[in-house]
Design a binder for this molecule. Structure first.
Ligand code: SF4
Length: 258
């Protein structure tokens, strides 16, 4: 098993910025190794995670607009709630073109359980109107003909769609090799010593330099699965973690009781 520590000559010149972490992850601060060492560690961790979780689909959708609606309903709410709300909305409006014809009060009632009802209703209808104006149809399938840069740029012009949401649509529904960074992915990347911060927006571009394109899907979905049950924000279960031999933070945690 390769060492998880950085030899002095493999330290990154940016290691001082690892002090940027906050909150519960202060305890996981560490010097960053150089890019090559971090890439190797990321590849190894991705392999272990894939063997452990098998790259689950996480309820995501094949159609890009289905996925975007699913994401908009999931923001700032909990799993069972938004999945149920999405199924109800999709059953009532099987074609998203119907967002243009359905009274706002009906849409609001359909998504009431998800919370932030007025904001979500407004975003869904505005997106439907925008797509109808731009593409002549309430659909995102024309994104399949765009480059990664153009698809990302277009998606992030839509209301409520930031870099993470845009990359989720691109990764799950367009098959693009991008890397969405949510809180689980950021926390795991930071604890593994891959990036200098556990803040998702701050490491968005940095992590794409570390995780090679063919591994990005596996890294993301398995990091989410791992972050939910093992590498939790508070009290990570390092003693039962398959990544521990490759994880500098886990190496510093107390040894599991025998
Ligand atoms: S060893 Fe601990 S800190 Fe490292 S990935 Fe596993 S649970 Fe997270």
């Amino acid at each position: 098993m390769p060492s998880t520590m950085c030899p002095p000559n493999s330290r990154s010149s940016s290691s001082a910025s690892s002090m940027a972490a906050g909150g519960a992850d202060q305890a996981h601060r560490q010097p960053l190794c150089n890019l090559r060492t971090r890439r190797r560690r990321a590849s190894r961790a991705t392999l272990i995670l894939k063997e452990t979780y098998g790259s689950p689909r996480l309820s995501n959708k094949d159609d890009p607009l289905d996925e975007l609606v699913f994401i908009l309903l999931s923001q700032m709410t909990t799993g069972p709630s938004y999945e149920r709300v999405y199924e109800r909305l999709k059953a009532a409006l099987p074609d998203w073109q119907l967002l243009l014809e359905t009274p706002l009060s009906v849409i609001s009632e359909l998504i009431a359980d998800a919370g932030l009802v007025a904001q979500r209703t407004n975003r869904l209808v505005t997106i439907a109107q925008t797509l109808a104006g731009d593409f002549g149809t309430v659909s995102l399938t024309l994104l399949t003909e765009m480059s990664d840069q153009d698809a990302f740029a277009y998606l992030t012009t839509l209301p409520g769609v930031g870099p993470k949401s845009a990359k989720c649509v691109m990764m799950y529904s367009l098959g693009r090799e991008v890397l969405p960074v949510d809180t689980h992915t950021a926390r795991l990347a930071f604890r593994l010593g891959l990036v200098a911060s556990a803040s998702a927006p701050a490491i968005d571009k940095e992590l794409e330099q570390i995780v090679p394109p063919p591994l990005r899907y596996d890294f993301h979905v398995n990091a989410v699965a791992h972050g939910r049950v093992v590498c939790r924000a508070v009290r990570p279960r390092c003693g039962e973690c398959a990544l521990r031999p490759a994880c500098p933070s886990g190496q510093r945690a107390p040894a599991p009781a025998r």
